[in-house]
Design a protein around this ligand. Structure first.
Ligand code: 8YV
Length: 312
């Protein structure tokens, strides 16, 4: 559906390999390209952009664009668009799945059964964390953070949040959430879920200091970008029981996963599946096509990121 629409708009060249293009392949492929549709693993840095003389639009297939040299794009007059909003529910679903899986020890239970190690029911077997009445701490109250709030309310949880810019009292009231300073939020949360974009300021936002602040009974959930969490510090915290568990959909060096994480029972791992539903990926593709169509028709972009890019 998406490809058909793209083909109706322009000539489409698709990466022929079922893997991320190498740097050399990317540079070679970009020689005559006017519009690029990259995804998360493509490293679109200054050198790549500078070797693409005809490039005018990067219509990113995703909301996060930490893999793209935005300032260079702007300087070169290349517009950058993304796909906000349409993946909020699917990403919150994965965060929720990880949260529940970690708290209720579903992966551990399944491994126990499959290994033939479940011998009998026990009153203290695989005890986990409660949802109802517990406190969810959200760092980053954008579209995905808000989708988390909706889920938490269904589970009758209290929701506290931190965001760079505090919401208005009306918004806080409507959502039923309380603002906390970041360290206080980290101390208070039974579940801490990260929903900030990856920037220089948010790199290793959660490191050993923050993990020390968390309750020993608390869980950390990361579905945003791996480098927001210091993975080595997390392994130590999980190993030493400084926190109860974690659920991770993203990693510092994808697709590599820190060896220490693989050995731990109290962490649930998924391979960057946040937006991986048929409907969501279709909506993301259609949003990419909307931005391409706007470019081709000389109309304003629906989702322009670098609003300071020159229009010629
Ligand atoms: C994608 C994402 O899986 O949109 C994002 O920022 O992380 C995910 O939706 C991927 O990055 C698509 O390019």
């Amino acid at each position: 559906m998406v490809l058909e629409r793209l083909r109706s708009l322009c000539q489409v060249h698709i990466n022929p390999n079922d893997r991320t293009a190498t740097r050399e392949e990317l540079i070679e492929a970009l020689r005559d390209v006017v519009i690029l549709v990259p995804s998360g693993p493509d490293d679109i840095d200054a050198e790549v952009l500078e070797s693409a003389p005809k490039l005018k639009l990067i219509a990113n297939f995703g909301v996060g664009y930490n893999n793209i040299a935005v300032e260079t794009a702007t300087r070169l007059g290349i517009a950058l668009t993304n796909t906000p909003g349409v993946l909020a529910d699917a990403t919150a679903d994965i965060a929720w799945a990880l949260l529940m899986n970690a708290a209720r020890r579903i992966g551990e239970g399944e491994r126990m059964i499959r290994a033939g190690e479940w011998k009998c029911w026990g009153p203290l077997q695989l005890l986990g964390g409660d949802m109802a009445g517990s406190t969810l701490g959200i760092i980053g109250m954008g579209n995905i953070g808000k989708a988390m709030v909706r889920r938490a309310k269904g589970f009758t949880m209290r929701v506290i949040y931190w965001n760079r810019t505090r919401l208005s009292p009306e918004q806080e009231k409507d959502l039923g959430i309380e603002f906390f300073e970041r360290d206080d939020l980290i101390r208070e949360a039974d579940y801490l879920s990260l929903h900030v974009a990856l920037t220089a300021e948010t790199t290793h936002l959660i490191s050993s200091r923050e993990l020390e602040l968390m309750k020993p009974s608390a869980y950390l959930i990361n579905t945003t970008r791996g480098p927001v969490v210091d993975e080595k510090a997390l392994v130590d915290a999980l190993r030493e029981g400084k926190i109860a568990g974690a659920g991770l959909d993203v990693f510092e060096n994808e697709p590599e996963v820190e060896a220490g994480l693989m050995e731990l029972e109290n962490v649930v791992l998924t391979p960057h599946l946040g937006s991986a539903t048929i409907g969501t990926r279709t909506r993301m593709g259609m949003m990419v096509a909307d931005n391409i169509e706007a470019f081709l028709k000389g109309q304003p972009y629906p989702n322009l990121v670098n609003t300071d890019v020159s229009k010629d």
